[in-house]
Ligand binder design. Structure first.
Ligand code: GDP
Length: 433
């Protein structure tokens, strides 16, 4: 997905605009510690174009002057975004700081769209012309709090996407490697690449492609998404937790499936669960890779025990296979690609409607549909509407009656009858006309 970053000096209203765009009522402006912690990015949609929106103002360094903070934020936009929205504030006119940010943005070849916030009423619209001098063309007046001008802004944003959406149309399996720092992501990538004596393809195209690594193994093409993000170290902002979250989310969104790396020597930490949550939410395939398996002292039960802990801690990832590897010794590293193949096959599996409806008949016979407030759920027909993740629509008498527990029952039936290991499954209910 394309990434759109909002930059601007403090208090121009970046978070308000961000919230307005993602149509959420989450008040990042009144951020309570812990609750909206990660809400610096969100998936948004405009006119059928999906994208990831980042509020760079939410990524702050642990220490540093305002100037340094803003510099880091502008750099993140330059490094990460496909389209940058530079936001000004009409009520305080243009400031030196706006100019400083603009100067940084001159360095990028990426499209920059200039928007001026807090243009709440028509009189203010004439004041926005100050901002012309920033050199990014016509400023678009918006009001984050009133919601005006947002459509014009988003038209301009999606107008810059080009055919990015169709960029990945080669037949490579795209996977990302995510996990908290030091679990061994880079080591695993290197081990996979080294093991295969791979041909690492020339990297061309957009900047995002340039950070992906492609190779062929046994006639199958693979792309490891965002290997640069895994290897690169050094910029100040890369140490911030929110930035690593953003990296992980963007890598997941740009891949078919994800290797979630855990560290056998440290066990499971809180941060592992955050990362796992993003992988699950994105609806992509997930493989849990327990690395550094050379380190712990083991007996015949160690693997089973670790597996049980994982199942307890990551209950929502019950579909994800677990593999125990050592990037250091190379143990089971070749099996990773086999699992990637398997999961990819499963997430692109299509089941014929006739087969699905036989299954549905049998399932509803074993476990009758629930009676909710005296009304029985009736399922007339089931059909698969999408792959990756496999998505099924059931046509029912009343969608409200399909509760979570019966949905889960149907998903389990699908899993028992077909191999969907490694991929989430979605079921949607539609009212039969
Ligand atoms: P990343 O931050 O997740 O990319 O982690 P790195 O790949 O940089 O690895 C972090 C540290 O763990 C390095 O010192 C590696 O040498 C070490 N390491 C990585 N994989 C293994 C492994 O399988 N076994 C052992 N013993 N050490 C490992």
């Amino acid at each position: 997905l394309p990434i759109v970053a909002i930059v601007g000096r403090p208090n121009v209203g970046k978070s308000t605009l961000f919230n307005r765009i993602i149509k959420s009522r989450v008040a990042i402006v009144e951020d309570e510690a812990g609750v909206t912690r990660d809400r610096i990015y969100a998936k948004a949609e405009w006119m059928g174009h999906e994208f990831i929106l980042i509020d760079t103002g939410g990524i702050t360094l642990e220490s540093g002057e305002i100037e340094e903070q803003i510099k880091a934020q502008a750099e993140i936009a330059i490094d990460e975004a496909d389209v940058i929205v530079l936001l000004g504030d009409v009520t305080s006119h243009m400031t030196n700081m706006d100019e400083t940010i603009a100067k940084m943005l001159y360095r990028t070849k990426k499209p920059v769209i200039l928007a001026v916030n807090k243009a709440d009423n028509p009189e203010q619209r004439t004041d926005i012309y100050d901002f012309y001098s920033l050199g990014f063309g016509d400023p678009i007046p918006v009001s984050g709090s009133h919601g005006t001008g947002i459509g014009d802004l988003l038209d301009a944003v999606v107008g810059e996407f080009g055919d990015k959406a169709n960029q990945h149309e080669d037949d490579a399996i795209r996977f990302s490697v995510i996990g908290r720092p030091n679990v061994g992501k880079s080591s695993i990538v290197n081990a996979i690449l080294g093991e295969q004596r791979v041909i690492v393809a020339d990297m061309e195209g957009t900047t995002r492609d340039a950070i992906d690594t492609s190779f062929t193994h046994d006639g199958q093409k693979y792309t490891i998404v965002d290997t640069a993000g895994i290897r690169r170290r050094g910029k100040v902002y890369e140490k911030t937790e929110k930035y690593s979250v953003l990296r992980a989310v963007s890598a997941i969104e740009n891949s078919d499936l994800t290797l979630l790396v855990l560290d056998a020597s440290t066990g499971i930490r809180e941060q592992d669960k955050h990362v796992a949550g993003y992988a699950h939410d994105a609806g992509r395939g997930v493989i849990i890779v327990v690395n550094k398996w050379d380190l712990p002292e083991k007996d015949a039960h160690s693997m089973k025990q670790f597996e049980q802990t994982i199942r307890q801690e990551f209950q929502y990832l019950d579909y994800a296979p677990i593999i125990f590897v050592s990037a250091k010794t190379g143990q089971r590293i070749p099996d990773i690609l086999n699992l990637v193949d398997e999961v990819h096959e499963n997430q692109t599996r299509r089941i014929q409607s006739s087969v699905l409806n036989d299954l549905l008949l049998e399932a509803t016979r074993i476990t009758p549909t629930p009676l909710v407030n005296g009304k029985r759920l009736r399922i007339y027909y089931m059909t698969q509407v999408a792959i990756n993740p496999p998505t099924f629509v059931v046509f029912v008498n009343d969608p409200e009656l399909l509760h979570f527990s019966y949905k889960r029952f149907l998903i389990n039936q699908l899993r028992q009858n077909f191999d969907f290991k490694g991929t989430p499954i979605k079921i949607l209910a539609r009212k039969r006309k």
